[in-house]
Design a protein. Sequence first.
Length: 761
Amino acid sequence: MHAKRICEHDIRNTKKKNQDKCKHMTEKLHFTTEEREQSLKLYTELRELIADNIEADDEEKLRTHLLKAIEEGQVHRDTFDLNPILTALQTAKLIVEEIGLRRDAVMAVMLRPSVEQGFLSLDDIEKDYGQSVARILHGLERIQELYRKNPVIESENFRNLLLSFAEDMRVILIMIADRVNLMRQIRDTTNQQAQTEVSQEAAYLYAPLAHKLGLYKLKSELEDLSLKYLEHDAYYHIKEKLNATKQARDAYIENFIGPIEQKLKAAGLKFHMKGRTKSIHSIWQKMKKQKCEFEGVYDLFAIRIIIDCPPEKEKQSCWQTFAIITDMYTSNPKRMRDWLSVPKSNGYESLHITVLGPEKKWVEVQIRTERMDEIAERGVAAHWRYKGVKAEGGMDDWLASIRQMLENASEGLEGMDQFKMELQGEEIYVFTPKGDLLKFPKGATVLDMAYHIHSKVGSACTGAKINGKIVTFRQELSSGDQVEIITSANQKPKQEWLSIVKTSRAKAKIRLALKETQQKEALMVKEMLERKFKNKKIEQDESLMMRTMKKLGYKEASDFYRDIASEALDVSTIIDKYLELQQGEKVVTGDNLARSAEEFVLEEHLPAKTTQNDDVLVIDKNLKGIDYQLAHCCNPIYGDEVFGFVTAGGGIKIHRCDCPNAPEMRRRFGYRIVRAKWSGKGSSQYSITLRVIGIDDLGIVNNLTSIISKDEKLVLRSINIDSNDGLFRGNLVIMINDNTRLESLIKKLRTVKGVKQVERI
């Protein structure tokens, strides 16, 4: 029976049965007249596209299943009120036409709604449709599990994790195609929040994935549609401008390519040319980057020259074309891009040049062959040989190896359906309990992750819960693990930990922790030394003691105190050398001791704390008395230019206008920004941290602290300085009233001899 008659007959019967069983109507999927017509049309077109690839009973089994799913209410409209059967047909056609996938991928797309609803098991799929279809659906199911962990999708780590989780590369391709189709269908939806969420995912996750895989056409569509939904005014402003200038642009292109066509034909080259206007998203990005209006973007379009030549003459023909064009027009060498000699890691090959055309306008010209253009338009996916190639290096190396798997034209695209990717990358990606995604080298342990989170967490780590199971801190991590670190106040870092961790960051923090332990031991020795001096009635001067240490051959105080503790250095020897140096020198007494920065150790930045705030902050439209919190990322104080940000929990956090997170908050969550300003000073003090960098010298610490102590309205909470090779850097944590007093303090500290930099952090 003809496919159209089968599908039309069954949908009619389904509609009749639905009318006969009124009490179940709310549970079943109903087709509108328009949906019914679209489904019939797509079904017929799809069947013709893969007719040579489907198995004998595929159509009958799939038709029976879909009718059963509709009849028993197994599939339902989604958040956007879209018909899942129609959506699946649209996505299936897209993956066939735009990417080149065939039977197994199409079957997986059509069966996916039932699998996600739990009405079909993977065992049933493998039995009825084969192992390959089941593997694709298993991959889609695993990726849904990742989503449930609530990751930060904007991160490069999550994109790479998706690639590594997809045992079959077709899983990623289906996800990209599915999102393109969804973005096409949600233009008129009333669910604005869901529209915004899927658009943000398209921009941050799916468009970069499409770019990685060379699917430039789909990437551009995702970016344009995301811009359309997220920044409506900008999108239509550019679109209207493009429409208004189209006639003039087309005339210029004709004028530009006319002489080139004559020269290329005279050289005996077979080719065709076309002008391509840049995507709306690309133009918008240029406008923002160059901070200009639409009229200021000069390269609105590019000329593409596509050469028809045999594979062995591709480079020769492209460079010959390059020579002809640059002889005719002046080229800009800074804007030349040679992806012909060394293609991009995703397989893109082309030669880009920018030349000065008629009317002194710069024009971008892209030179490529028919084969290169097909890859650029449809992506490397259209040519991969799927033969289980393993990754030797990282993600980028793996993608580069895919580019080398271009298949011969005579083999068709069917080989794609036999691919099983065995990705064993050099990187792994794990989740924190909150859903944050962290990247580590292969072989990293729980202890690596603990030190990645914080030095104190690492030093107190006793183990972890990985996917709910308790393990030791020696346990190696695997991609996709959800890891919760377990700590104990009694735990202390040990020397052997250096052989457990994999990352240099963890090793450095362990060494620092061990050093801090040694310093505590040194403090005990120092107190013992002071008692010995006191017993002999010798007044101890710190600067003279430092000179004594150096005269005895010690460069580091830690080595000096360690040898005293181990009795390798006798206390009487120290006292004798001290008295020898004391002769003829004036001893510095009192509290004004000259101190070097070497005895201070750089610690982690302390979180900002404030006293009860009685300063007046006006939020939004002159509203006072609203509860708010000061953001820890920028630690605003009275007098700073600030704004309010409504958090997901409904509270308000106050940020400085120059907060490093401010641009991203305004771009993505502009609707949650509220105005705020200080309007009345009370008695509140704020904790701020100043980073100081300079040349280490005796007395440097004393000079810094004396400036602060002279101001009765300043309180020094802590000073943590690290000295190395004659340089020091460290943090001063100070309680202060407002930014005017802060600016005055910074100016004074910068006048201290040896201080090179003072900045607020």
